[in-house]
Design a protein around this ligand. Sequence first.
Ligand code: ATP
Ligand code: MG
Length: 347
Amino acid sequence: MTGFATLRLDGVTRRFAGTDALAGLDLEIERGEFVALLGPSGCGKSTALNCLAGLLPLSDGSIWRDGTRLDTLPPERRGFGMVFQNYALFPHLSVQKNVAFGLRMRGVPRAETRRRTDAAIRLVHLEEHARKLPGQLSGGQQQRVAIARAVVIEPALVLMDEPLSNLDAKLRLDMRSEIRKLHQDLGLTTVYVTHDQEEALSMADRLVVLRAGRVQQIGTPEEVHDHPANRHVADFIGFRNLLPGTFRAGTAEINGLTVRAPGSPVGPLRDGDPIVAAIRPEDIALGSGVEATVEVAEYHGREIAAEVRTAGGLALHLRTPRRLAPGDKVAVTLPAEKLLIFPGEDQ
Ligand SMILES: Nc1ncnc2c1ncn2[C@@H]1O[C@H](COP(=O)(O)OP(=O)(O)OP(=O)(O)O)[C@@H](O)[C@H]1O
Ligand SMILES: [Mg+2]
């Protein structure tokens, strides 16, 4: 299959036993884009990817490559490369043969298969392991084989399902930039599934945030990071403090604290409406304001992540370079310009 200008998912829905695992996903993917599907476990990320790959039939909706309907085609005719959550390598084939597999299936001449396979193995730095079987490799090395196997066919679209989930923290960081670099160097179009917000923010051109099978927000990393569409997205994107309160006279009343509402209410609010105020740990200011006691202090190198409790009983997560310890008294302020106000009713 050749390239495409746009891939369009139109109301893509998948039900299992009558329950929506994915409900009406609308999404346009431009050629060359890196799109991340982000959301908690069970929100429908793998379902969406498998529908796109053709491994799951749709219960409703359609998928289009430019003007051509795709969802009726079997997976092998869609020309997509896939990296699975659990690698899915052939255990009896060497790294070399695993990577070459897709090219051999497509009848690519032997010399070209050799050249492209070697290049793909070099890309993921596995030259020294090319003759080993998957069982003789570490998890991270196996994952890199899976990536090489997906990109070697120069697919129109690469689908990756949590490809870094089994790697240690350092390798995960390295592989993040490797994958992003591969995407750029090979001019790929990538749909990348992750539950890790940092991974999604740092790698993707655009994020699709899912919750319980439904899209919550589609936007650039900056849009989602700075302007989460609702409190579920806020929660997922690092607003660790979600504080229930009441909207009154243009202010947010949160457990005895009154914070001038920063004009960010998402949706119209009236006096007395329940709200949820969201603020990131790193945005809570120390030094003046309400007194609070440190209950938990975790060392994070440059910063301490602390849980504090105000006299009124409000628990707050904050981050600070100050070397706090349990029992310390601090004064905290919730800066109005950092606070997002969402309607408190369930959305
Ligand atoms: N084969 C299946 N049969 C029945 N229910 C399923 C099946 N596959 C997925 N589901 C359900 O569909 C929902 C979405 O699952 P999915 O695997 O897409 O989640 P996910 O976002 O990829 O989660 P994770 O981050 O844990 O991989 C879940 O509630 C799951 O239990
Ligand atoms: Mg999954």
